[in-house]
Design a protein around this ligand. Structure first.
Ligand code: KG4
Ligand code: ZN
Length: 355
């Protein structure tokens, strides 16, 4: 059995977890998180400089806490992992340097983890998870991607957003409606009492230069503009803005577009298993619509557990365990990178690291 300490500091959550691979299954020993969301909410979004300072302050306490609560000591662990890409470089550095320092001091392996592989691995924190091949819909604040996983750790991106990520669209539309950051949970709450069919908003399509559309790609910036125009129109008529109906209609069209294109992609690829992960996967309307529509098409759905949809260190630990069990470890020379394709995540375990 291996025990791994994992750290996540790529954006606005500082997190530490302890995981083990008991009987070939990922088992969560401890999970601590310190959210900076309230502080960033004052600015309407994440301020990178503040984020790295808070990670630096939070991380030692989170690590102490996760060991204390699980009654383990650093001598009990077999490896240390941290998110190294993609994310805010200054924030990633805090987690990565902390992990490498601990690994060096205690002479144990270090694993640098791709944040998206972390999100993907959140499904291993649930009892029932599928085995590859499957299709993943990864929807977060920075990414909206359809990824085919043929075998473990082999990724092929089949779809993506050409502008805003789905989570980013939630955050921007929330701002237009005067709702707080992060927009996803705020829109979900407001939408509960709204009519999802009240307003018609477009399902953005991305044109191919040769004509037609990319079938599995997304565009959310036009949708945001449509919401903004609708608000302006109602305002110019001196009427009260029906924020509940706008929130519900927006949330509904985002869910429809994500569900329709993912299921089409799965059907075209002959995949009967689809995995939903990332911060936006916490959206109840999206989860319910995905389950309902998938069952009509005989596609099995694996939903990331609700508590592991938004950023956390448990999912980074799950990804690290899977890498560690296939004998991978990273060079101590591995740095951090704001961007790196998931398809090239194997290179994080090369002797000569790519960054
Ligand atoms: O995965 P995550 O924590 O961070 C990134 O890696 O980006 O995702 C954060 C995003 C934010 O844009 C937030 O508004 C969105 O996930 N989000 C939601 C919900 N909860 C979080 N979007 C829709 N519905 C939710 N319930
Ligand atoms: Zn994330």
């Amino acid at each position: 059995m291996s025990i791994i300490l994992s750290l996540e500091t790529s954006c606005d959550e500082s997190a530490a977890a302890l995981v083990s691979d008991e009987k070939g299954k990922v088992s969560l020993i401890g999970n601590e998180i310190a959210s900076q969301i309230d502080e960033h909410a004052n600015w309407g979004g994440v301020v990178p400089e503040i984020a790295s300072r808070r990670h630096l302050e939070n991380l030692p306490f989170l690590i102490e806490e996760v060991f204390a609560k699980s009654k383990l000591q650093i001598q009990d662990i077999d490896a240390v992992a941290a998110t190294v890409t993609p994310g805010l470089a200054g924030s990633l550095l805090v987690g990565s340097i902390t992990a490498r320092t601990l690994a060096n001091l205690h002479q144990i392996p270090f694993l640098g983890i791709h944040h998206l592989e972390g999100h993907l691995s959140s499904i291993y924190l649930s009892e029932n998870h599928p085995k590859p091949p499957f299709l993943v819909l990864l929807v977060s604040g920075g990414h909206t991607e359809l990824i085919k996983v043929d075998i473990q750790h082999k990724y092929q991106r089949l779809g993506r957003s050409h502008d805003d990520a789905a989570g980013e669209a939630f955050d921007k539309v929330a701002r237009l409606l005067g709702l707080p950051y992060p927009g996803g949970p705020a829109i979900q709450k407001t939408a509960k009492s709204g009519d999802p069919k009240k307003f018609f908003f477009p399902k953005g399509r991305v044109s191919k230069p040769e004509g037609g559309f990319y079938p599995y790609d997304f565009s959310f910036s036009g949708l945001k503009t449509a919401v903004s125009r609708q608000i302006e129109k109602i305002r110019s008529e001196n009427k009260k803005i029906p924020i509940e109906d706008i929130a519900a209609s927006f949330e509904n069209v985002v869910a429809e577009v994500l569900v329709e294109r993912s299921l089409q992609c799965a059907l075209d690829q002959g995949l009967n298993s689809l995995v939903l992960v990332g911060g936006v996967a916490a959206n109840v309307r999206l989860r319910e619509m995905m389950l309902a529509k998938a069952s009509e098409n005989a596609i099995d759905i694996a939903l990331a557990p609700m508590e592991f949809c938004t950023d956390n260190a448990a999912m980074i630990g799950a990804a690290a365990l899977l890498r560690f069990s296939s004998k991978s470890q990273s060079s101590m020379e591995l740095g951090v990178s704001a961007r790196w394709p998931l398809e090239k995540s194997d290179l994080l375990y090369e002797c000569n690291p790519p960054f």
